[in-house]
Design a protein around this ligand. Structure first.
Ligand code: C2E
Ligand code: CA
Ligand code: CA
Ligand code: CA
Length: 276
């Protein structure tokens, strides 16, 4: 079956150390191994609502440049990775790439990395993240880990301890796709969340259904009172951008600003470095 084939191929790619072409000569597969292409990390910028939509950071989004299937997005292979026990290896590879990349960005920016529930269940997850940070030289406060609420629902002591330990070292914790699952307000306080990412499904309702605006308004007001940042995801129109900025979202992300792009095409950071 197709998923089993993907799992097998992904295992081969990860065994080669993911071998992103950006990683120079290591992209040549050893002669005795088949070539299924390589994983790459794309980055999508996140923008401050004020002033002037300046870049506050970027989210790392994995891609698989498959040798005969083309560029695959995560929806087509993350489930296979989770099922095949490969998500740890994949997740840590992305984390390492992202931390290295962010070292070259301005100091007031963050890099956000998605974490799957299976990764969080690892007892040594916090130590492993801190090791990656130390090896890369990125200050912990510039890393944001994006979790989904399903990671917290298990509500077990281990996840609580892992997050507490990461936060005590300065790593930021953000709650992805907020409003879609079993959103539970007590999670925000109990896990001391730094940021909420408001799901695109609410943003895309703006201007069409009245509910979207009411729900976002309530989430933003609540977050502000709790001192939690809010990023609205999936902003595609100027109307959505202006509406959400006026509502008080702290950050905005979406195709209107930028699609996810390879590291070398993140022009905003190049300009910031060469400028003034
Ligand atoms: P997500 O974390 O909610 O990421 C946002 C998704 O929305 C990305 O899809 C992004 O390309 C897309 N997006 C951003 N702005 C817009 C917009 O304005 N309009 C529309 N229509 N879409 C927009 P992508 O890159 O295909 O990633 C899908 C999901 O895969 C992510 O959803 C995340 O849950 C997962 N994922 C991506 N990279 C990783 C990773 O390294 N590890 C893990 N565990 N999951 C990952
Ligand atoms: Ca995310
Ligand atoms: Ca999301
Ligand atoms: Ca806080």
């Amino acid at each position: 079956n197709a998923r089993d084939i993907l799992k097998h191929e992904l295992r081969e790619v990860l065994a080669r150390g993911a071998a992103s072409p950006a990683g120079a000569s290591q992209s040549d597969p050893p002669a005795n191994r088949p070539d299924f292409g390589s994983l790459e990390v794309y980055y999508q910028t996140v923008h401050r609502a004020k002033p002037g939509y300046s870049v506050s950071g970027a989210e790392a989004l994995v891609r698989w440049r498959h040798s005969h299937r083309g560029l695959l997005t995560p929806a087509s292979f993350i489930p296979a990775a989770e099922e095949g026990g490969l998500i740890d290896a994949l997740g840590f590879w992305v984390l390492r790439e992202a931390c290295r990349a962010a070292c070259g960005w301005p100091e007031d920016t963050f890099v956000a990395v998605n974490v799957s529930p299976a990764q969080l269940r690892r007892p040594n997850f916090a130590e492993e993240v801190i090791t990656v940070l130390q090896e890369s030289g990125l200050p912990p406060s510039r890393l944001e880990l994006e979790l989904t609420e399903s990671s917290l629902i298990e509500d077990n002591l281990d996840v609580y301890t892992v997050l507490k330990s990461l936060r005590s070292q300065g790593v930021q914790i953000s709650l992805d796709d907020f409003g879609t699952g079993f959103s539970c307000l007590s999670h925000l306080v109990r896990f001391d969340i730094d940021r909420i990412k408001i799901d695109r499904s609410f943003v895309s309702q703006l201007g069409t259904k009245a509910n979207g605006a009411a729900i976002i308004g309530a989430i933003v007001a609540l977050s502000r009172n709790l001192g939690i940042s809010t990023t609205a995801e999936g902003i595609e129109t100027e109307y959505q951008r202006d509406f959400l900025a006026a509502l008080g979202c702290t950050d905005l992300q979406g195709y209107l600003f930028s699609k996810p792009v390879p590291l070398g095409e993140l022009d905003c950071f190049q300009k910031a470095k060469n400028g003034d």
